[in-house]
Ligand binder design. Structure first.
Ligand code: PLP
Length: 444
């Protein structure tokens, strides 16, 4: 195994002079030149491509290169780029005013859409990012229970909330960072980190500290250490143990929500036999590419929020009318046919990986959560973060660049899901499948 920070593959600045120049300028005024760390390509080496345009499944960068987009803004662009209906809704909303700081009907419509899709969610509050959603859900759980300890699972990413950064996935995994400096010991000390899919560890912690635990937060299906779905019975076990000890269960569906199914991971797995989670968090798809996210759940818990109750939570731009219009129109267009097509697109790509990697003897493991999938550069089932980290990161870096040169933009980390859209038509798929075959041959 190679550390993601050493021995990067050959940089490709020469292939992307305009992006390289933009990165140099950006680095003077933005730390690392990027506004979210994984964008910097550190784990794969080379120059991040500055994008100038997206349409359907395609992206164009500052050097005029064209790519099949398998990042889809890390999930939100489920309809592809520049969807005409979303564009119209956004333009209409913007024409009526960008932001009022007062309630609007669009917020009600978006909240109704969320509540109608996810049965156990009786009420939601809109926020502007997934991080805000999980931060607020944790505060609410602490306020509701009067307890302070939070349990999370290693490799699960819930945004960059102080209490939830410990052993987080996504960029924290990509960079192999220790728990982040700047998080006070007092915040980290209230967080217990357990291995994902390990109910025995959960039972043991609850046996010892059950009366101090406000909540267990979990990714409904983990997607930030690569895709690691919950083992059969895991979600149900979380519900059973938390309920027995009076702790809340928070299901983080920021990534899976409205992507895995019309009602997220819950729609695929069903409500656990022991009951539904108390709180859910949403983001990504529900913003349609704009900053909109939400947390919600049981009405009696949500009633603790100000102004109904004492737990404070607020936002100048929360429920922003332009973002709400984008999110609402995106969700309204996410029909059963859309989910069926996402499944076909994902199966085509994953099938091509399986076939090409097998042909060239490249160890691999593909794992699924609905149409979310990822490719681990190792063999054998991946059930937790230790498994996920035990893969050939360096070989992924070479595959990533082989794909990029062939006009396919993968997430620049092997700890991320591949995201597809309904706009990935046969032309884009054929292009991607050819790139997979060629890239597999190159890295064999
Ligand atoms: C992306 C993500 C977040 C954070 O959302 P942001 O909008 O980036 O703050 C939280 N939880 C999960 C599961 C995510 O995938």
């Amino acid at each position: 195994m190679t550390s993601p920070l050493t021995d990067p593959p050959v940089p490709s600045a020469a292939d992307a002079p305009h992006s390289a120049a933009l990165l140099e300028r950006a680095r003077r005024v933005i730390p690392g030149g990027v506004n979210s760390p994984v964008r910097a390509f550190r784990s794969v080496g080379g120059t991040p491509r500055f994008m100038v345009r997206g349409l359907g499944p395609w992206l164009w960068d500052a050097d005029g290169e064209k790519y099949v987009d398998l990042v889809c803004s890390w999930g939100p662009m489920i309809l592809g780029h520049g969807d005409a209906d979303v564009l119209r809704a956004v333009a209409e909303a913007a024409a009526s005013g960008f932001s009022f700081g007062m309630p609007t009907e669009r917020e009600v419509l978006l909240a109704e859409e969320l509540v109608s899709r996810v049965g156990p969610v009786e009420q939601v509050r809109l926020v502007s990012s997934g991080t805000e959603a999980t931060m607020s859900a944790i505060r609410l759980a602490r306020g509701f229970t009067g307890r302070s300890v939070v349990v999370k699972f290693a490799g699960c990413y819930h945004g960059h909330v102080d209490a939830l950064l410990a052993s987080a996935g996504s960029g924290v995994a990509t960079f192999g960072l220790p728990d982040s400096p700047g998080v006070p010991a007092s915040a980290a000390g209230e967080t217990i980190v357990l291995p994902y899919n390990d109910l025995a560890a959960l039972e043991a912690v609850f046996a010892e500290r059950g009366d101090q635990i406000a909540a267990v937060i979990t990714e409904a299906a983990a997607g930030n250490m690569g895709v690691v779905p919950p083992a059969p019975g895991f979600t149900d076990g979380l519900r059973r143990v938390t309920a027995r000890h009076g702790a809340l269960l928070v299901s983080d569906e920021v990534m899976t929500g409205f992507r895995c199914s019309p009602s997220g991971w819950l729609g695929l797995e069903g409500v656990p036999g022991s009951g539904a989670p108390d709180l859910f968090t949403f983001g990504k798809v529900m913003g349609g590419g704009f900053p909109a996210a939400a947390f919600g759940g049981r009405a009696d818990v949500m009633a603790m929020l100000a102004p109904e109750g004492p737990v404070y939570q607020a936002g100048t731009l929360s429920g922003n009318p332009v973002a709400a219009a984008a999110g609402l129109t995106t969700l309204q267009k996410c029909t059963d046919e859309v989910y069926a097509r996402l499944g076909t697109v994902a199966a085509t790509l994953a099938g091509a990986v399986e076939e090409s990697f097998t042909r060239h003897g490249i160890p691999h493991r593909v794992q699924w959560a609905g149409s979310m999938f990822s490719v681990f550069f190792r063999e054998g089932e991946v059930v937790d973060y230790d498994d996920a980290r035990d893969q050939d990161v360096e070989r992924f870096g070479r595959f990533f660049h082989a794909m990029l040169r062939r006009g396919v933009h993968l997430p620049p980390s092997c700890f991320e899901s591949w995201f597809v859209s309904v706009a990935h038509d046969d032309e884009a798929l054929e292009h991607a499948v050819r790139a997979i075959a060629g890239s597999a041959a190159e890295i064999a």
